[in-house]
Design a protein around this ligand. Structure first.
Ligand SMILES: Cc1ncc(C[n+]2csc(CCOP(=O)(O)OP(=O)(O)O)c2C)c(N)n1
Length: 570
């Protein structure tokens, strides 16, 4: 509808106004030819722009902003190489169901299909890694495309949406027609609600169970269902295992919190899942890193799957009952139906399993004066009282973080779980910083992954933002080295890694760099980083050939874990 007094504007101006109307306050991007009209109009918009150093960083920043805030993150880039540089970030957001909107410039509509300068069919390229995408070739389509894109990104199971806008559509003028009517898209029905009869069946299964385990996933965090989950756990007395992305959705310090499950989950958690007679899966999708071999996964357990996306039901693990709908609404419906229970025998059994598995625990690492990654993460957790927002990269350090930093709060661990994208952490943390100006933020990255997006140190320096960056530097592409040690006869093919001097690299950006080689110096460096304004990089030189334990080899049964040799072999 054209509002009274509405004036004629360019497509570029309409774009920024449409974003503003969606509540966008900040975008992350990089200019270029096909998006220049939009960048020109940006100067007259109240929306803040953060200039990244590589478009992958823009997508990860939008993603980190979205994960930390629960809002939609926005990235913007030019056509061709600018657009293709976004691809890894879009795929990362897709696999972790993160709502972002990416805007790309496209060559003018009359040259589309001619291999024009910087032409890439980015809607074709991103078709399988976006929830939806748009090619906009006319100025009068821009406002509606933005409105729909935000609706699609945040409704139902969230995800990335791309809007590709031709240069001529940005330059043409129109009187914009705004709409406040609810978006209605043919064939897209994102809302589901579990049936009352199924809720009652689920409650009966829960009441009848002797050895239930709740599997809490990312959906708990996204649906802001932590409090309800707490009530549900108190009522049912069922212990909670978390997926990597579910960490913090249920407080690690709770007596019924078991910890992380899966490939590098705690041994007692995996064992408890294998011994369970009922699994209640809440907002998780039975990823292969979580189940191990699905044929041997919790074979004695009945399974209830509470999940928003019907496509996830029976995808890898067959379940006895599916409750399709928002997990918060499902929990709210279940709560009055389930009986109060204690299940002491089951909790005692898990406690016994815990004792047996504690050999890996930090307390049991002998002190040789050597610095282990686990020391760094345990000390960081202690010093920050578990209250920092952690953005971890991908590799061994990511798993040690999940094991040793105990998360009590939702949205305080951001990590690339589904795609496992090295280079995610630094840019995602920059995005999270803009979403959470007050929170203490730590990046935990390996020496390999850090170098994939280290250029974004420049962005952090230009923006003058406070970040603490811990590089867990083991001189290897550690996780791959570990697999080579375990499964390829220790043949280290392309995993030894030489890095720049990270202290000097920080200094070259006008930032502070510190180096730690001994455990006794960890606390002082952490304190110095916290007290120093701006971004600080700490190069933690850790044990080079340590491995993450326990480990369920890919495709093995969940109870078939490789345990840490004890005592640690010299
Ligand atoms: C973009 C990308 N390329 C390759 C991989 C495969 N990969 C997974 S972990 C890993 C090693 C990571 O090394 P580093 O960043 O040093 O961390 P560490 O494992 O040593 O803690 C690699 C290469 C990946 N996950 N992402």
């Amino acid at each position: 509808m054209t509002e009274p007094g509405e004036r004629r504007r360019t497509g570029a101006q309409i774009l920024w106004e449409a974003l503003h109307r969606e509540g966008v306050e900040i975008v992350f991007g990089y200019p270029g030819g096909a998006i220049m009209p939009a960048y020109d109009a940006l100067l007259d918009s109240p929306i803040r722009h953060v200039l990244v150093r590589h478009e992958q960083g823009a997508a990860h920043m939008a993603d980190g902003y979205a994960r930390a805030s629960g809002k939609v993150g926005v990235a913007i880039a030019t056509s061709g190489p600018g657009a293709t540089n976004l691809v890894t970030g879009i795929a990362t957001a897709m696999l972790d169901s993160v709502p972002i909107v990416c805007i790309t410039g496209q060559v003018s509509s009359h040259v589309i299909g001619t291999d024009a300068f910087q032409e890439t069919d980015i809607t074709g390229v991103t078709l399988p890694i976006t929830k939806h995408n748009y090619l906009v070739t006319r100025v009068d389509q821009i406002a509606a495309a933005v409105r729909e894109a935000f609706y699609v990104a945040r409704s139902g199971r969230p995800g990335p949406v791309l809007i590709d806008i031709t240069k001529d559509a940005q330059q043409a003028t129109a009187v914009p027609a705004w709409s406040d009517a609810p978006v209605c898209l043919r064939g897209y029905r994102p809302e589901h609600r579990a049936r009352q009869g199924d809720l009652a069946r689920a409650a009966a299964m829960i009441d009848a169970a002797k050895r239930p385990v709740i599997l809490a996933g990312h959906g708990i965090v996204k649906a802001c269902a932590s409090e309800l989950l707490g009530e549900f756990v108190e009522r049912t007395g069922a212990p909670v295992a978390s997926t990597l992305l579910g960490l913090g959705g249920f407080p690690a310090s709770h007596r019924l919190a078991l910890g992380m499950m899966g490939m590098h989950g705690e041994a007692w958690v995996n064992q408890a899942i294998q011994e369970a007679d009922l699994l209640v899966a809440l907002g998780m999708r039975f990823d292969d890193r979580v189940t191990g071999n699905p044929a041997t996964f919790a074979v004695g357990a009945r399974k209830i799957h509470c999940e928003l996306d019907p496509a996830e039901i029976n995808k890898t693990v067959r379940v006895d009952l599916a409750l399709v709908g928002d997990v918060k609404a499902t929990l709210r419906g279940l709560l009055p139906l389930v009986a109060s229970a204690e299940r002491r025998g089951w909790i005692d059994r898990i406690a016994a399993l815990k004792g047996d598995s504690a050999v890996r625990d930090i307390q049991h690492l002998p002190h040789h004066g050597r610095l282990f990654a686990a020391h760094v993460l345990h000390d960081l957790w202690r010093i920050t009282e578990g209250k920092a927002l952690i953005v971890s990269d991908v590799g061994q350090h990511q798993m040690w973080e999940a094991q040793y930093y105990k998360h009590d709060y939702p949205r305080q661990l951001l990590t690339s779980g589904g795609l496992g994208t090295m280079g995610f952490a630094l840019p995602a943390a920059i995005g999270a910083r803009f979403a959470m100006p007050e929170l203490e933020i730590w990046v935990i990255a390996g020496d390999g992954g850090f170098q994939m997006t280290a250029c974004e140190l420049s962005t952090a320096a230009q923006e003058g933002i406070k970040l603490n960056i811990a590089i867990i530097n083991n001189g290897y592409l550690g996780m791959v080295r570990q697999w080579q040690e375990f499964f390829y006869d220790g043949r280290y093919s392309a995993t030894p890694l030489r890095s720049p001097d990270f202290v000097k690299l920080a200094e070259a950006h006008g930032l502070t760099g510190l180096r730690v080689t001994r455990r006794e110096d960890v606390a002082a460096a952490v304190a110095a980083a916290r007290a120093t304004p701006g971004a600080v990089v700490i190069d933690f030189r850790v044990e080079q050939e340590d491995s993450v334990y326990p480990m369920v080899p890919a495709g093995a049964a969940l109870h078939d874990m490789i345990r840490r040799p004890s005592p640690i072999v010299e």
